[in-house]
Design a protein around this ligand. Structure first.
Ligand code: ZN
Length: 282
């Protein structure tokens, strides 16, 4: 999100500086059309640009508040935390990275698992948090999602997963990759039980998440212009030594090529899913 007037206090001096400090954070610039938007107007419009309909990224809490009736939901497995199985260290130890992320997001890991009423119907919704190590999927995300799938199967309440992820979590190596299989197997059992699962892909949904549960919905729908893919465009270009077509790996392109069932605007998302669930369940 490109903030307008992002000068730090003290950088500017004189009347101009004071003016900038007062308006800081109230306005921001649309990263697509360049329009200067009043932040309150963006909040009122579900973080969608009123001019060009660019969908800004939405964090997991805001997403759940938008989807659940009266923004009310119960959370599950909030105490699950990664044990750092590989004792992984890159630019800093994984345990330190986790602690910093937990501090900055107030979440234990990159997904919130919740249940509540959705258009009057009991559902389970998992929303991924991109701000937590790029929404990456490690053992905790895998376990929380698997438990949500199993809960959905046990109480026969539909499942909705909102993805926003860079893929499997490097710091947990093979343990992350195992989550792909674990979740996929649980989803198969959900399917056998005849309980619907709607996958919502948001910007960005890539890597192992696309390669597993994000593409396994009874309905796979995406927000407009979301980046969706497995490997990134640069890697693909280098591998196949060809220029990629315009709009490659964006929602609309994927819809056109049969990888998605629909591209749905954020403002219409709840109604769309509610209608689909009515079709599946009633
Ligand atoms: Zn715009």
């Amino acid at each position: 999100m490109a903030w307008f007037n992002r000068q730090k206090p003290g950088v500017e001096s004189g009347a101009e500086g004071e003016k900038r400090m007062r308006t800081e954070g109230l306005w921001l610039k649309c990263e697509k059309c360049g329009q200067i938007i009043w932040k309150k107007a963006l909040d009122d419009n579900l973080q969608v640009c009123p001019r060009c309909e660019h969908h800004f990224r939405l964090d997991a809490r805001a997403r759940l508040a938008m989807l659940f009736d009266d923004s009310a939901y119960a959370e599950y497995d909030t105490d699950l935390v990664s044990t750092d199985p590989l004792r992984f260290e890159d630019s800093k130890p994984y345990t330190q990275r986790l602690a910093a992320m937990q501090e900055s997001t107030s979440l234990a890991d990159a997904v919130i698992s919740a249940s509540g009423k959705f258009a009057g119907r009991e559902v389970n919704i998992c929303a991924m948090e991109l701000k937590f190590i790029g929404g990456s999927m490690g053992s905790v995300v895998g376990e929380k999602i698997t438990r949500a799938v199993e809960r959905s199967r046990d109480d026969r309440s539909p499942l909705i997963i909102v993805s926003a992820s860079g893929g499997a979590r490097m710091q947990e190596g093979a343990v992350s990759l195992m989550q792909l299989a674990k979740i996929s197997a649980a989803l198969m059992r959900l399917d056998e039980a005849g309980v619907p699962y709607v996958s919502v892909l948001t910007d960005p949904t890539t890597g192992g998440v696309t390669a597993s549960f994000a593409m396994l919905g009874d309905l796979n729908i995406a927000e407009p212009n979301a980046l969706i893919g497995f490997a990134g465009p640069r890697v693909i270009e280098q591998t196949i030594r060809q220029k990629l077509p315009e709009g490659f790996q964006r929602s609309e392109f994927l819809l056109e090529h049969g990888f998605l069932d629909a591209v749905v605007k954020r403002s219409e998302m709840k109604t769309y899913i509610a209608d689909a669930l009515k079709f599946f369940c009633d």
